[in-house]
Write a protein that binds this ligand. Structure first.
Ligand SMILES: Cc1ncc(CNC=O)c(N)n1
Length: 222
């Protein structure tokens, strides 16, 4: 018998919100990296804003980690999230070296409105009243958008400039893809046992993640 992957809630929601998912993962900025037409001032704007975002994302992931230890069904769940947190440590170092490579001084970068709104959204998700299945759905969405976007820049026929392949490899590599699949599996397992209300909230949160990601890419237009 053919082995088929069980379709979960996340895939169902992605089908339902396909055009928004495509907007988040095939934004003009990402497509311009892939085809080599990217404007370097856009890249620098993104770099500075994303550095600030990642600094806000660390406490969010730390919160997921704490909840994984308490609320996850399997001991390996915590290890998956810990792996994500560990890679954020490398990521911050990578941002700093990219900042000096491109002459972007992070100490003078100010978070733009879209970035501030995304941070506020993450903060709201850290409220203990938000169900773990909802938080995990958001966490998966945030990571998966970057994975899909930057993997696209490395796909067959790309003309990604050599000096930008480091950024693309950071999120587009196969290890990060596997990690996103692990997070997705954890989220799906939690969603299977979630209440009707939590499912409604998780879908809404996923849509809002995608909207925040689109708005985040939009900042690169300057
Ligand atoms: C705006 C945004 N979304 C997702 C990611 C990827 N997660 C961690 O790096 C990111 N760096 N920035």
């Amino acid at each position: 018998m053919e082995k088929t992957e069980k379709r979960g809630m996340i895939d169902t929601w992605l089908d339902k919100h396909r055009s928004l998912y495509t907007a988040a993962t095939r934004h003009d900025f990402v497509v311009s990296i892939r085809d080599g037409s990217v404007d370097l001032s856009s890249f620098k704007t993104w770099l500075g804003q994303d550095y600030l975002f990642v600094r806000e994302f660390v406490p969010f992931v730390a919160n997921v980690l704490i909840r994984a230890g308490k609320e996850s069904g399997e001991t390996s769940d915590m290890e998956v999230v810990l792996g994500g947190l560990a890679s954020l440590n490398d990521e911050i170092e990578w941002f700093k070296s990219e900042g000096s490579k491109w002459g972007v001084d992070f100490s003078t970068v100010v978070a733009q409105k879209a970035n501030q709104e995304y941070s506020r959204f993450l903060e709201a998700l850290m409220n203990s009243e938000v169900e773990y299945s909802v938080v995990l759905t958001a966490f998966w969405g945030i990571e998966a958008v970057y994975q899909e976007s930057f993997a696209h820049c490395l796909g067959d026929g790309n003309k990604t400039p050599a000096e930008l392949t480091g950024a693309c490899n950071r999120w587009g590599n196969d290890g990060f893809r596997q990690y996103c699949l692990s997070v997705k599996n954890i989220a799906e397992r939690c969603l299977e046992n979630a209440s009707r209300d939590a499912l409604v909230e998780a879908e809404d949160v996923l849509v809002r993640v995608l909207e925040h990601e689109v708005a985040f890419w939009e900042m690169s237009r300057g």
